[in-house]
Design a protein around this ligand. Sequence first.
Ligand code: 1CP
Length: 350
Amino acid sequence: MGVSSTAPRLLRAARGEVVDRPPVWMMRQAGRYMKAYRDLREKYPSFRDRSEIPEVAIEVSLQPWRAFQPDGVILFSDIVTPLPGLGIDMDIAEGKGPIIHSPIRTQEQVDNLRPFDPEASLPFIKTILQALRLEVGHQSTVLGFVGAPWTLAAYAVEGKGSKTYSIIKNMAFSDPTILHQFLAKLADAIAVYARYQIDCGAQVVQMFDSWAGQLSPQDYDTFALPYQQRVFEQVKQTHPDTPLILLVSGSAGVLERMAKSGADVVTVDWAVDMAEARARLGKHVKVQGNLDPGVLFGSKQFIRDRILDTVRKAGNWGHILNLGHGVLPETPEENVAFFFETAKQLNVLV
Ligand code: 1CP
């Protein structure tokens, strides 16, 4: 019996094997649209508690698994979770997102970053990932995730989410020496972290370069792509068989460049027609996506039609069915349930 015959569907599809139907999961499938999550948030109001107390993080990760049995179960955490391990203190504010108390802007701060030791600084990760693997067995694939260097640098330099990215772009577009050193250090730490997640049980790792879509293509080539490559190359050196997925928000203009990152799977958002994305990327690049998360506010007929349309356009190889970005907080749980039920009947429907 081959190694992969017992492997779960998402893992097999991400490796390029032919599967009976496209695997399906959602980004942010654990979170605010679920009543069970909102109830638990009242008991544990701090995001860091919810994601760093192993029993709570395990429970949140499993809430969508119990409700919908998706083909992928993602670790409940955040892209900024490893920053304190580098000496960058942070909090995640309700309704706002990450806050970095002392933003990184000087050479001295970059020089003083701590060497990253995930086992010591993130002891909860191993407990959570091992528990998730044990719980889902061969029924689903456990995904780990990391933030990409540009996106983590954007938070660390700006100090919080930004609309304009004026501070990091000031650094990038005046004297980028310090920023390049910071991006390189982040890339090496992120590679260590991704490898660690795999060693702890993650079967696929997705890297979020959420804010790289804010760069023009030529600046993407300078500040995002080389550091995505640096992470993926290092992970592939030690873990060549673990599929790696890349997501960039607002990626329509850089889709071909994303394929040069070394990722096995490129996430496509709904600004691009899936058939056109396939044509632009070529036959050998696997894709994930790409329904508008807003489709889940539509009628059941509409949701069903869009699933069928996406799956037909993606073809029957190398496709992970997903939204083009995370599920929105006000989404009716009933429609999420319908999305998963419909997607799982696809071998019958298509
Ligand atoms: O308590 C809450 O519900 C706060 C909302 C929330 C959630 C549910 C935050 C704060 N983080 C998370 C979990 C989270 N973050 C996951 C969980 C796993 C899943 O089910 O998918 C993941 C994968 C992330 C990754 C993440 N965090 C990204 C990349 C994905 C993306 O949206 O592009 C980004 C940009 C963040 C930063 C962040 N954390 C939280 C918020 C609200 C934000 C965005 C803030 C901003 O716009 O700057």
